[in-house]
Design a protein. Structure first.
Length: 158
């Protein structure tokens, strides 16, 4: 979605014409229950033309594909894809220790995340661990997964 009705909020090249009330009303159209169902919520800023046309070397597609195939195989070895794991099976696969669990509970409270969002964070963290061939998610995976919940923080004021 755009950040505001005119689409220019936060764009360094073009000034937003919307009032604070218009922006708040626009962003409030996205309900909490719907937002909870979106796993990855990231801002994609407008890029300047010179950055769009620059030829930079990224990770080759075949390397990414190999990591994804290996992660999927790890998930199937666990018995199900991460997206198919129920609450108890998901928590068992994540196997968070007491310190990680307490830290995550504090973050959930601060960001006012729902139980559904909590499970989404766990699924994303588990997938990140799978992509790195890690046996279970660690705090850095949890931090990255929470980082992908930008709309939660924006719309809930966290």
């Amino acid at each position: 979605m755009n950040p505001c009705p005119c689409g220019h909020l936060g764009d360094p090249r073009q000034r937003c014409q919307c009032t604070a009330t218009q922006i708040q009303r626009y962003q409030a159209r996205l309900s909490g229950p719907l937002l909870d169902r979106i796993d990855l919520q990231v801002e994609v800023p407008a890029l300047p033309p010179e950055q769009l046309t620059a030829q930079t070397e990224g990770e080759p597609s075949h390397a990414v594909r190999q990591r994804v195939v290996a992660a999927r195989e790890r998930q199937m070895a666990r018995g199900a894809l991460n997206s198919e794991l129920g609450g108890k099976a998901l928590e068992a696969a994540c196997a968070l220790d007491d310190r990680e669990r307490a830290w995550l509970a504090g973050v959930l409270e601060k960001l006012k995340l729902s139980a559904r969002a909590y499970h989404r964070v766990l699924r994303v963290a588990l997938t990140l661990a799978d992509l790195e061939d890690a046996p279970k998610p660690t705090q850095p995976h949890l931090i990255e997964a929470i980082g992908y919940r930008q709309l939660d923080r924006l719309l809930k004021g966290g």
